[in-house]
Design a protein around this ligand. Structure first.
Ligand SMILES: Cc1cc2nc3c(=O)[nH]c(=O)nc-3n(C[C@H](O)[C@H](O)[C@H](O)COP(=O)(O)O)c2cc1C
Length: 191
């Protein structure tokens, strides 16, 4: 079960906008993060759910997608995510860098739960931080670290083996509709 979920949980950059994540599910995703591991159990993470269309599109404009394929300008118009969860660090608890592992654990946890319900998403480390803080009126000391996009996936993603030279760059089919993600083999990562 978990292996299936982990494999299904890809970084989707195209969504069916006619299907939205229910508000209760988005709230549940954040609630789940209360139970994840936390460095020294200091629980420094704070979350903002964006599901209102206007706010979602304002956040979308601040994000950078698929920096390896800039010519495609993903997501294609009309396939943008329908919700975002912004993960921020309360820097009165500790520095942002001290909690980046916590942020990754929280993001993956939320994505796996969303995948279980047939949804998907993408972690976005590329975004205009200052503008996002202003947009969300985040108080001083609450620093956004990662945005997680959510929606109903509407693209084909194929996992492949990394090249003999170890190359792992993702790429797309000529029509731009199928996304290939090379992964290393087990023997490549065992040391
Ligand atoms: C911390 C982190 C930040 C990421 N930031 C971005 C981003 O800003 N934009 C983007 O399109 N993808 C982003 N990704 C997604 C990666 O590009 C993606 O995980 C990688 O291509 C492998 O694809 P997969 O997740 O389907 O295995 C990020 C992933 C992680 C873990």
């Amino acid at each position: 079960m978990l292996k299936d979920l982990v494999i299904r949980n890809r970084s989707y950059r195209g969504y069916d906008r006619s299907v939205r994540l229910p508000h209760e599910l988005l709230t549940e995703l954040v609630d789940l993060c209360r139970f994840t591991a936390s460095s020294m159990n200091r629980q420094a993470l704070r979350f903002h759910i964006a599901e209102d269309e206007e706010e979602v599109s304002a956040i979308q404009a601040l994000t950078g997608w698929a920096m390896r394929l800039p010519e495609l300008h993903l997501p294609y118009p009309g396939t943008e995510p329908t919700a975002f969860i912004v993960i921020a660090v309360d820097t009165s608890v500790g520095s942002r860098s001290a909690f980046q592992r916590d942020v990754g654990i929280a993001a993956q946890t939320m994505l796996l739960r969303a995948a279980e319900e047939g949804f998907g998403g993408c972690m976005l480390g590329t975004f205009r931080k200052k503008e996002l803080s202003e947009l969300l009126s985040l108080p001083d000391g609450i620093e956004p670290d990662l945005i997680v996009a959510f929606g109903k996936p509407d693209e084909r993603i194929v996992l492949t083996e990394a090249g003999e030279d170890g190359s792992t760059g993702y790429y797309r089919s000529a029509d731009g509709r199928t996304h290939f993600v090379p992964k290393l083999k087990l023997e490549d990562i065992l040391i």
